[in-house]
Write a protein that binds this ligand. Structure first.
Ligand SMILES: [Ca+2]
Length: 175
């Protein structure tokens, strides 16, 4: 009886050691895994400035059945391939840096994509979207300005190290 308990305790101890070792060895991978889950949950194609401009009416609509304009759908579709690639990149569970993108523009779109900030917040963005409603129509017209109000987007991978809301602006200058 005593031997049986002793054997079980030894097994439990061994198991605990194995679990602790695994946790220590894969600590960074595990941390990146949970970070990636959070990023993927918040990532949204409508966070990308060009998409937000074309899809403004769909984003602000409170009607769940609102059908986005053809222009909006086309803009979203134009990002399908990139979004797929970016999601796979996130699922590599590692840090992502400027070199992972083909150019600065793509890095900026990715930075916007994972920012986790939807429509309500985009007035505060690097590119301030200005809504103009002409008197005689129900449609909004939009222009973007580069006015900066000091509020940058959430930056989970640190692509904007100097905090000026431009991701990887030194792209191509680094070796
Ligand atoms: Ca920057």
């Amino acid at each position: 009886m005593f031997a049986f308990i002793q054997k079980n305790l030894t097994n439990m101890l061994l198991m605990t050691i194995v679990v602790v070792l695994v946790l220590i060895l894969f600590k960074d991978k595990i941390r990146m895994y949970f970070k990636a889950q959070e990023v993927l949950q918040k990532a949204n194609v409508y966070n990308i400035t060009d998409v937000a401009v074309k899809c403004y009416n769909a984003i602000i609509s409170t009607d769940d059945d609102y059908i986005p304009s053809q222009e909006c759908s086309n803009m979203v579709d134009s990002y399908n391939e990139k979004v797929l690639r970016w999601n796979n990149l996130i699922k590599e569970y590692r840090d992502i840096n400027c070199k992972d993108f083909t150019d600065q523009a793509e890095a900026q779109d990715f930075y916007d994509y994972v920012s986790g900030e939807l429509a309500g917040g985009f007035y505060a963005y690097r590119k301030v979207i200005v809504g103009v409603k002409p008197d005689d129509t129900e449609h909004f017209a939009f222009a973007t300005t580069n006015k900066f109000d000091g509020h940058c987007r959430h930056d989970p991978y640190g692509l904007d190290t100097n905090g000026d809301c431009n991701a990887c602006e030194n792209y191509g200058q680094k070796p």
